[in-house]
Structures are given as structure tokens and as C-alpha cells.
Design a protein around this ligand. Structure first.
Ligand code: ADP
Ligand code: ZN
Length: 532
């Protein structure tokens, strides 16, 4: 008789305790869970580590039938499913890594109603016969929800664009009564609008968490000898810690990993050009072992759930603030202090501009990318609190600053009135004909007699030798900031020659003051031959 009495349905709170073993929800998790469990659509924007998974896992368990999770991250489905199984949840995944027999078995369980949560790769989900199987499942045990993870993959502006994501509207068309929840850690407004439009989520409630990551200590260092600076950072602050070192090119990834290994660190390379087996093995070691340093291109990291990544280092500029935020966001997901460290210099600005100019993207897109790069350079050169600067970029205006955790708050940056120096620099660029790189222009300012100076008779110029009040490294700081600030552009067609922009005019005419940051003097580092 007792078995006939209906069990009261568990609450979200009970599932959180009894299945996942957590005492309380975080942030807006509970609101999201209740909204989706009640049948509503949702768009969830939460920073990496914010706890997005529970937002769909718990409603999937609370609602009748199986929750279908669309994820582009084949490599990580296995880990997610293993973790759920350990908790006693009936979970499985379907992607191209499965043998046909195993895939058939999973589809059988789906139809029989023997699953709570199923992870599916988008290309698999969109196959007509799989959609037919979903219909069978709906007629049987039911479909609890569709979760669309990494929803920014619908955006063609992001670097994770997946064309199949655009076809996911079919879910809504074929299963209009099944709630959908889209999730992403990409916060900017254009991407958010594109997700809503492309996935047909106009009616969905939006849950936007704060993107602050208070435990991350951001730091931007002026590049002198980046490898040595990296090593010093690792040795003094992160001996034995796990972390990620991002580099722009595959070659630099391999060289840096090898060099770190020679210095005694357990460093592994990761980039899209490595054989899949090597990538998987390296990723597994990074996830499962202690103290592995992953040297990687941006190909590494999406969806990486390793809570104790203690640092993320950038040896080159990331592509945008979004990229920087996502990449550094992989540090400190356990909430304990972690470092985001970046080495940055004029060479990076030039390399990024070159990369932008060399693509044959439409002009509109290039303009957007340039705009994004400018925002990033503004961040690098900023003297304000880094947390505040990052959050402002994402539209959160209420961070009070003075976090006490970032480089600028810990060691307030001195600024100086560089109006005179900027005028000298700009007019020297002008007088030398707007076709020389920084090195030569600085030689002229310092009054050096080099082969090039002789050859072009630049000792005749009125700007020759007028800049001797500053040192070479101070001048390179001035030029870096003038380029980053948009007073000068670097002409890639003309071998990196500097040219004035419109913004330079008021400075040259003495109508605008220029304040620059005073860079900390770099400790002298010995360069070995292989480091140029
Ligand atoms: P995201 O997908 O947003 O990056 P995850 O869902 O992977 O984040 O969660 C990040 C980490 O936080 C995981 O280790 C997860 O188990 C943990 N976590 C999430 N929600 C809670 C909670 N309410 N209480 C304790 N830990 C949580
Ligand atoms: Zn700060």
C-alpha cells in the first residue's frame, strides 16, 4: 500500500543537496532553475566558473523525461557524463567518438526513457533520424528540456562560430512545448542580441550574472624579455602550480613549452596542429595531474573545468577583451586567489594590427575588429583598476574600483605630462617622411649617427637630437602608447613605417595635452643568444 502513495516531487533545493551534495545555490542559479523547471525559456549569461551546468542539470532532473544538452565540446562530454554517473544520474552522450553499436545503445535508452540527461553534439542532433528519435522519446517518457551550451557559437563574430548552431531553431519548431535554456560566458551586447535572434529566444527570460571575478589578480607587464619575465613570474609566485600560458602562434607554443621544460617545468604544448591523440593526452594530463603548465593557442580551454588553475599567462596579446576575459577566466574557478599575467609591448600592437590587416574580411568586420583591438589596448595602457576597466567594457558600471588586487591598485601608476615628448615624437615621424619604424625615429630623436641616419641625411632635420632628455626605453614607451592610443598607425604595406593619424593633429598644433603612464623600469635581463 505504501508504494501506492505518490512521492512528493523533490524541490530544487533537495536535488541540489541530495544529488549534487552542495549546501546552497550560487548567484542566480536558483532563479534560473525554478524558471526553467516551471517550463520557461531562459538565456543565462554567467562568467566561466559561475556554475552554469546546474542551471540545466537540476531542471532536467526535476521535470518529466530526459534533458537534452547540446554542446560543441566533444572532448568534455565524457567528463561531464562520468561526473553525473558518479552522482547516480542516468547520463550519456552521443557524438562522433562513439562506436555505432554504442550509439545505437544510447538511442535505445533514449527511446525507452532510461536516461535523465543526454549530451549531444550539434551535428548529431540535427540528423533527421535523430530528430525522429527525439519525437519518439517525447511521445514516450517525454523531453524535459533543451539546453544549448556555449550559445555564443551561433555568433559569426566570435572565434568559436559553429554553423550548425544556426540550425538549432529546428528544436523550437518541432518541439514548441519543450523549454529551452541557452547558456554562455560571452557577455557583450552584440553577441547576446545575436543569440536571441538566431535561436529565436525573444520570449526567453534573461539572467545576467555579474562578470566580476574578484579572486583573479590582473597584471599587465611591459615586455622586455618575455620568456625570462614569464619564468621569473612562475618561479617566484607559482612554483609547482598548474596554469595555462597562451601564445599566438603554434610555433611559439612549441618553442615556449620546450624552453619551459628545459627550465625544469612540467610544460606541455597544445594547438590545433598537433595530432588529436597528443592533444587529448596533454589535456588529460593537465586535468588529472598536479602542476602541469599547458602552453597553448586559444584552441585550448573552451569548457575546461579544472578548478585549481592558479595562473593564466599571456605571452602575446589576446584578440579582444572578450577573448582576454574568457582566457583569464579559466584561472581560479575554485574561488581561491589566481593570477592573470600578461606581457605586452609595441611588437604585440604591431603584430595584432598586421593580423587584422592581412585578413580579407569585409571592411565592416575589420572596423569592428579594430575597434575591439583598441579597447584591448586601452585596457593594457589603463592606469585605472583592472577589475573596474574590464567590467565597464562589459557594461557593468558599478564597480567602485580600488580592488586592492590588480597591479594598478597595488602599485598605482604614475602618469606624466608627455605633451612635449608626444609633439617631438609625432613631428619627428612627420619630418622623416612617415615611412620609418620606431627604431629609426628614436635614433633621430636621440641624435645618433647610424648608417640609416647618414644615408637619409637625417642629421639635417630640426628634430635630430632634440629628444636627449629621455632614454631609449622611455622613448619606446612613448611610441607604444602613441600607437596604442591611436595617434600613430603602423603601415604594414611599408614595412612597419609609422604614420600620423587625424588624432595627432591637435597634439602637433599644441591644442591637446597628452598624459602617459610612466612604465616601471624593467630589471636588466641578460638575453641568451637563442632569445634574439
Ligand atoms: P561554468 O559552466 O559556468 O563555467 P560549472 O557549471 O562548470 O561552471 O561550475 C563551476 C564549478 O563550480 C564546478 O566545479 C561546480 O561543481 C561548482 N559549483 C557550481 N554550482 C555550485 C554551488 N551551488 N555550490 C558549490 N559548487 C558549485
Ligand atoms: Zn584594481
Amino acid at each position: 500500500l505504501r508504494s501506492l502513495r505518490p512521492m512528493p516531487a523533490p524541490t530544487a533545493q533537495q536535488v541540489l543537496h541530495n544529488v549534487f551534495g552542495y549546501p546552497a545555490f550560487r548567484g542566480r542559479q536558483q532563479e534560473v532553475v525554478e524558471h526553467v523547471a516551471g517550463g520557461g525559456d531562459a538565456l543565462v549569461l554567467m562568467p566561466t566558473g559561475g556554475g552554469k551546468s546546474l542551471c540545466y542539470q537540476i531542471p532536467a532532473l526535476l521535470r518529466r523525461g530526459v534533458g537534452i544538452v547540446v554542446s560543441p565540446l566533444i572532448a568534455l562530454m565524457q567528463d561531464q557524463v562520468d561526473a553525473l554517473k558518479q552522482l547516480g544520474v542516468k547520463a550519456a552522450f552521443l557524438n562522433s567518438s562513439l562506436e555505432p553499436a554504442d550509439a545505437r545503445e544510447v538511442q535505445g535508452r533514449l527511446v525507452r526513457g532510461d536516461l535523465d540527461i543526454l549530451y549531444v553534439a550539434p551535428e548529431r542532433l540535427l540528423k533527421p533520424n535523430f530528430l525522429a528519435t527525439l519525437e519518439q522519446a517525447q511521445d514516450g517518457a517525454g523531453l524535459a528540456l533543451f539546453a544549448i551550451d556555449e550559445a555564443h557559437c551561433v555568433s559569426q563574430w566570435g572565434h568559436d562560430f559553429r554553423p550548425e548552431y544556426r540550425e538549432l531553431t529546428v528544436l523550437h519548431e518541432r518541439f514548441p512545448d519543450v523549454p529551452r535554456i541557452a547558456l554562455t560566458a560571452t557577455a557583450d551586447a552584440p553577441t547576446r542580441r545575436e543569440i536571441v535572434e538566431r535561436l529565436g529566444l525573444e520570449q526567453a527570460e534573461q539572467f545576467v550574472a555579474s562578470f566580476d571575478r574578484p579572486n583573479i589578480r590582473y597584471r599587465v607587464t611591459q615586455k622586455a624579455n618575455a620568456r625570462r619575465q614569464l619564468l621569473a613570474f612562475l618561479e617566484t609566485e607559482h612554483a609547482g602550480d598548474a596554469g595555462i600560458v597562451y601564445c599566438l602562434s603554434r610555433k611559439k607554443v612549441e618553442d615556449t613549452a620546450e624552453w619551459l621544460r628545459e627550465q625544469g617545468r612540467d610544460a606541455l604544448p597544445y594547438h590545433a596542429g598537433l595530432p588529436a591523440a597528443v592533444r587529448e593526452a596533454n589535456q588529460r594530463r593537465f586535468l588529472r595531474e598536479e602542476g602541469v603548465v599547458m602552453v597553448a593557442t586559444v584552441a585550448f580551454g573552451m569548457g575546461i573545468d579544472k578548478p585549481n588553475v592558479r595562473f593564466v599567462a599571456h605571452m602575446d596579446l589576446p584578440k579582444s577583451m572578450e577573448g582576454y576575459y574568457q582566457e583569464t577566466g579559466r584561472a581560479g574557478r575554485d574561488g581561491l586567489p589566481a593570477d592573470a599575467w600578461m606581457a605586452y609591448g609595441l611588437g604585440d600592437v604591431i603584430a595584432m594590427r598586421q593580423l587584422l590587416d592581412s585578413t580579407d574580411a569585409p571592411e565592416e568586420r575589420k572596423r569592428l575588429e579594430r575597434h575591439k583591438l583598441d579597447a584591448l589596448l586601452g585596457y593594457c595602457e589603463s592606469t585605472a583598476c583592472r577589475h573596474q576597466t574590464i567590467l565597464r567594457y562589459f557594461g557593468e558600471d558599478d564597480h567602485p574600483g580600488h580592488c586592492g588586487q590588480c597591479d594598478n591598485c597595488l602599485q598605482p601608476v604614475d602618469t606624466w605630462d608627455a605633451t612635449e615628448a608626444a609633439r617631438m615624437a609625432l613631428s619627428c615621424v612627420y619630418r622623416t617622411g612617415q615611412r620609418f619604424g620606431v627604431g629609426h625615429v628614436v635614433d633621430v630623436l636621440l641624435g645618433k649617427s647610424t648608417v640609416q641616419v647618414e644615408r637619409f641625411q637625417h642629421q639635417q632635420l630640426s628634430t635630430y637630437g632634440i629628444g636627449q632628455a629621455l632614454t631609449q626605453s622611455q622613448w619606446s614607451s612613448v611610441f607604444r602608447q602613441l600607437v596604442a592610443g591611436g595617434f600613430l598607425t603602423v603601415d604594414m604595406e611599408a614595412f612597419g613605417g609609422l604614420r600620423l593619424t587625424e588624432a595627432a593633429r591637435p597634439v602637433l598644433r599644441g591644442e591637446q595635452a597628452v598624459w602617459l603612464r610612466r612604465d616601471a623600469e624593467q630589471p636588466k635581463v641578460r638575453k641568451t643568444r637563442e632569445e634574439r
